[in-house]
Design a protein around this ligand. Structure first.
Ligand SMILES: Nc1ncnc2c1ncn2[C@@H]1O[C@H](COP(=O)(O)OP(=O)(O)O)[C@@H](O)[C@H]1O
Ligand SMILES: CC(=O)OP(=O)(O)O
Ligand SMILES: [Mg+2]
Length: 414
């Protein structure tokens, strides 16, 4: 039986896995996800071909490792999933790790790299912990399967020095790795390749402003196929607000918010240390703090249920508009398109319409029918620009981080 690739995308409250055939391009075999690890009961979503299934999980799954083990077992024991019946069917496991520090590329896990990854955990405990726990688990429990870690930050290694440097003491900055790294790069890499192909252009000649907006949101300026700026920074907290994140604020704010800011947060564990300030700005802010919901589909509606919902929507539009303007100028107005991606970017016609309206002066215009319809299931990129528009294209791209990892794994390791 030909071997397969398993791609893992672990967050703090969810673990998504996808099995692919080990071929170029990879083909999806099955998709499974556990969400709600931090707010039990956890939910399992499972998709294999046309078979879709969702259920509450009875077992206690309190860590990402538990969720990952449960998902593997579930898939291996499915009699309809003969292509992946045991660990012996796996050639590679690809892991999405958000913070890759100075890594410019994906790395294979061995004793040496696992030590280097430990250093990254200190830089971004909140974002790397779950993924690295699963990487460690695979090394111990699935030692025969090779693990590759792909980093969100690697795509942004091309950001120029003046953009990535914070104006602080440079000796301290260098010693502690304090600079802009940027994230969502696995997604940006997928979007760039897909959009360049859609526009029939070479990647090296493609200039875009891309919005990856989901529960974490960021925006990226791509010039000649390279990231030249992005809104997230040292950590994924900077830039745009998100489901529970504040995005950029005056850094002094948090010391006026609470005098406990520098203390360890109650959410810290013996393995993962997080300050109260980080906890407030990463987990107790954003849409949740403003409206009580983390679900942006309840906020992006024509008639918002409260003033707070309307304010949350307007704040998001305001911040994104500011970045689009800034990146348009950084790209010297020479952009092929503005691309909407991520759960919100792909699904919210209202947000796309509102933003394009606000950016009319840049020549952006959409076709309302195409925008309302959005992309079909099998449509990776959809052009929603107005037919007569001479400005940059307005595009929607259904991004896929798991596929991107499997694609690079299959391309480079066959
Ligand atoms: N129709 C919609 N309108 C607005 N937001 C939506 C819609 N459908 C889903 N979303 C939002 O997309 C976000 C999830 O985005 P996604 O990129 O899938 O997640 P994650 O960032 O966790 O990977 C959630 O905030 C969800 O509410
Ligand atoms: C980097 C980041 O914010 O990731 P996510 O959107 O998956 O939370
Ligand atoms: Mg995501």
């Amino acid at each position: 039986m030909p071997k397969s690739i398993l791609a893992v995308n672990a967050g703090s409250s969810s673990v998504k896995i996808t099995f692919y055939t080990f071929e170029n391009p990879p083909r999806t075999i099955a998709d499974a996800a556990i969400s709600g690890i931090t707010a039990p009961p956890p939910t399992l979503k499972y998709q294999q071909g046309d078979k879709k299934h969702q259920e509450e999980v009875k077992e206690k799954l309190s860590t990402p490792q538990d969720a990952f083990k449960y998902l593997l077992q579930r898939c291996f024991s499915d009699p309809d999933l003969s292509e992946v019946a045991s660990v012996d069917d796996l050639e590679y496991i690809c892991h999405r790790v958000v913070h890759g520090g100075d890594y410019r590329d994906a790395v294979e896990i061995n004793d040496e790299t696992i030590d280097r990854l430990k250093g990254l955990e200190d830089l971004a405990p909140l974002h790397n912990f779950s993924a690295l726990e699963i990487v460690r688990l695979c090394k111990v429990e699935l030692p025969k399967v090779r693990s590759i870690t792909f980093f969100d930050s690697a795509f942004h290694q091309t950001i120029p020095e003046a953009t990535r440097t914070y104006p602080i003491n440079q000796e301290i900055a260098k010693a502690n790795g304090l600079r802009k790294y940027g994230f969502h790069g696995i997604s940006y890499s997928f979007i760039l390749r897909s959009v360049a192909q859609f526009l029939n252009k070479s990647i090296e000649k493609t200039n875009l402003v891309v919005l990856h907006i989901g529960s974490g949101a960021s925006i990226c300026a791509i010039k000649d196929g390279k990231s030249v700026d992005t809104s997230m920074g040292l950590t994924p907290l900077a830039g745009l607000p998100g489901a529970t994140r504040s995005g950029s604020i005056d850094p002094s704010l948090v010391f006026h918010y609470t005098n406990e800011a520098g203390k360890l947060s109650p959410g810290s564990t013996s393995e993962m240390h997080i300050s109260t300030a980080e906890d407030i700005l990463n987990k107790q802010s954003g849409w949740k703090a403003l409206t009580g919901t983390t679900d942006f589909s309840k906020i992006a509606v024509e008639n918002p249920p409260s003033k707070a919902h309307k304010l949350a929507f307007d704040i998001f539009v305001d911040r994104i508009q500011g970045y689009i303007g800034s990146y348009y100028v950084k790209l010297n107005g020479e952009l092929d398109g503005v691309v909407f991606a991520g759960g919100i970017g792909e699904k919210s016609a209202l947000l796309r319409r509102t933003l394009v309206d606000k950016c009319q002066c840049l020549g952006l215009a959409i076709d309302d029918v195409a925008n309302d319809k959005g992309p079909g299931d099998e449509e990776t990129v959809k052009d929603i620009s107005k037919g007569s528009s001479k400005g940059p294209r307005v595009l929607v791209c259904q991004t896929n981080e798991q596929f991107e990892m499997a694609y690079h794994c299959a391309c480079s390791r066959r």
